[in-house]
Design a protein around this ligand. Structure first.
Ligand code: NAD
Ligand code: GLY
Length: 381
């Protein structure tokens, strides 16, 4: 049975500038998500991490010039050697080659099994570093230091780690939890607008799947979020993490409930993989995928057509795509058949069954085809 979602501190009552802590309750693998401004430069953020001789920071060539030296200076008093691997930026580099580069660096430096990995970046770096930590010497501790909105509200939390395969997103990976997540809201100051919107997609997701009141709040505060208002961002990140913690605490390995976090992702992953990694951002695929999954929920008779309009309007206001790119339907179906949620060859979709409540359903190919056709950009002539 699903436990009720705990209420959040009301946004009005929440201190705007303080640090919030959300706990992921997984018994002896429990950990905290620290959320707030100024966390990067506060020694307390880094205190009490596992002790080791070597810390390895994994990041990319966009984030390194912005934050690598600051992280190194925080870690220098704590570890004898603080090293870094700087990967090329981009979803296409969430790959075997990048993973190999990290593992090779560890082995070349004779890093032992106490070595602590730090994922400094967005979801690409977080997923890849977590996977490297899971497999290096059968597992070393790692810390998530998410620097994108998407990573702060979703990918750094919950222990899904992976790399992509050309045939499918996140197809090679492991469940492996970090020992801490340090989400400094100030890092969002340097995030490009398009990436901020991509993060909003995953925030929007939490409303219809788990918390109708949060959906109302997002609608009312979207302009403040787009303007990067720190107290609005603080509440959005905190509430998103609370919802994710509630889901992951009950179903870490996605035996059932956790699949609801993939609302919009079946369609979204097909767009991402179909166009080639990096063409559409992950959050953009999820955004458009949520429009399609809302339409499917309506066509299955679970939600009224007004819900599709409501989601479309919100996603559009968040400056995210609501029309899918033209792609042959056979390609769509082939791509969606390579999905971890599928069972016995049937494509399974996360659908909304009532505001704040999601479930899993199959749907006939003909209906899926109509759903896609109803929300596809016309092909250029
Ligand atoms: P990303 O990691 O590619 O980062 C987006 C861009 O922003 C990159 O160019 C990056 O270099 C740049 N960037 C990062 N931080 C910055 C900063 N503070 N200032 C300026 N630029 C910055 O993309 P993302 O949206 O963070 O993550 C998407 C990935 O996350 C996908 O691979 C997706 O599959 C994965 N994901 C995983 C989970 C999970 O549960 N593990 C959940 C959702 C998404
Ligand atoms: N983002 C999906 C999950 O963490 O399960």
């Amino acid at each position: 049975m699903t436990a009720p979602l705990p209420d959040s501190t009301s946004p009005a009552a929440a201190p705007s500038a303080g640090t919030a802590t959300v706990e992921i309750d997984l018994g002896d693998r429990r950990y905290d998500i620290l959320i707030g401004p100024g966390l990067f430069d506060a020694a307390s953020s880094w205190a009490g991490l596992p002790r080791a001789a070597v810390a390895l920071i994994v990041t990319n060539d966009t984030i390194a010039p912005l934050y690598l030296e600051r992280l190194k200076s925080q870690l220098a008093p704590l570890y004898r050697r603080v090293e870094a691997v700087v990967l090329p930026d981009g979803e296409q580099h969430k790959s075997w080659a990048s993973l190999d580069q990290v593992i090779d660096h560890l082995l070349a430096g004779a890093a032992d099994r106490k070595t602590v990995l730090f994922a400094l970046g967005g979801g690409v770096i977080g997923d890849l570093t977590g996977f490297a930590a899971a497999i290096y010497m059968r597992g070393v501790p790692f810390v998530q230091v998410p620097t994108t909105l998407l990573a702060q509200v979703d990918s750094s939390v919950g222990g899904k780690t992976a790399i992509n395969h050309p045939r499918g997103k996140n197809m090679v990976g492991a469940f492996y939890q970090p020992v801490r997540v340090i989400a400094d809201l100030d890092t969002l100051d340097t995030l490009p607008d398009r990436e901020l919107s991509a993060g909003l997609a995953e925030i929007i997701k939490y409303g219809p799947i788990a918390d109708a009141t949060f959906l109302d709040w997002i609608e009312a505060n979207l302009d403040a979020l787009l303007a990067r208002d720190k107290s609005a961002l603080a509440y959005a990140v905190k509430r998103s993490c609370e919802i994710k913690a509630w889901v992951v605490g009950q179903d870490e390995r996605e035996a059932g409930l956790r699949a609801i976090l993939n609302f919009g992702h079946t369609f979204g992953h097909a767009i991402e993989t179909g166009l080639g990694y990096g063409e559409w951002l992950h959050g953009e695929g999820v955004a458009c995928g949520m429009v399609l999954a809302s339409e499917l929920s309506a066509r299955l008779g679970l939600m009224p057509a007004t819900f599709v309009d409501r989601m479309t309007r919100l996603i559009e206001r968040a400056r995210l795509p609501v029309k899918a790119p033209p792609m042959p339907i056979d390609r769509w179906l082939d791509l969606m058949r390579v999905d971890k949620k599928n069972e016995g060859g049937e494509i399974r979709f996360v659908v909304i069954e009532g505001l704040g409540r999601a479930g899993m359903r199959g749907a006939p190919d003909a209906m899926v085809t109509e759903v896609i056709a109803a929300h596809t950009e016309p092909a250029p002539h």
